[in-house]
Design a protein around this ligand. Structure first.
Ligand SMILES: Cc1cc2nc3c(=O)[nH]c(=O)nc-3n(C[C@H](O)[C@H](O)[C@H](O)COP(=O)(O)O)c2cc1C
Length: 154
């Protein structure tokens, strides 16, 4: 399965760490949204889209890319993120999920874990979720990617 991972990660490179785990297991290339060619993306059977969560959603550059994609047929995508708050994956991923589904993608899975967050006033207290993604988060990412590799059972 030809796999591409498109990742935007800038705050503490938290999401990039998760993308690297996925890339290793799925034998995938990692590209930034700027480097991912909109039409070239059609050549991949499985595409992972991920970034940190900023103001309740994925980064604008990723959302914009998803909005510009051509219509896909028989292609799978997965969505991933890291965030200061956890337990809100459904909501945090909503915009990206809707855009990808509108383009015809079948969403094969979604992954979120904690990421060190020092945005705004959080900086004063040294931030939250220090040390994340940690070893356990990386193991969870590994298990998630392994699961994506399993053939679908009827
Ligand atoms: C500008 C900004 C806005 C953020 N907004 C949120 C938010 O709405 N919810 C949340 O849980 N975390 C928020 N965070 C924390 C990031 O999602 C978290 O640190 C993430 O792991 C950053 O990923 P990155 O290092 O890959 O960029 C925000 C961080 C920044 C810098």
């Amino acid at each position: 399965m030809k796999t591409l991972i498109i990742c935007f990660s800038y705050h503490h490179n938290n999401t990039a760490k998760i993308a690297s785990v996925f890339a290793k297991i799925l034998d995938a290339e990692i590209k930034t949204p700027a480097d991912a060619d909109q039409t070239g993306i059609c050549e991949y059977d499985l595409v992972g889209f991920g970034s940190g969560i900023y103001f309740g959603k994925h980064h604008k550059v990723l959302l914009d890319l998803a909005g510009k994609l051509p219509l896909m047929a028989d292609k799978k995508a997965f969505i991933f993120s890291t965030s200061g708050q956890t337990g809100k994956t459904e909501k945090f991923h909503q915009q990206l999920r809707e855009r990808l589904q509108l383009k015809g993608y079948d969403i094969a899975g979604e992954f979120n874990c904690a990421g060190f967050d020092t945005y705004g006033l959080l900086k004063i207290g040294g931030g939250i979720k220090k040390g994340h993604p940690n070893e356990d988060d990386l193991k969870d990412a590994e298990a998630f990617a392994q699961n994506l590799k399993q053939p679908a059972t009827a």
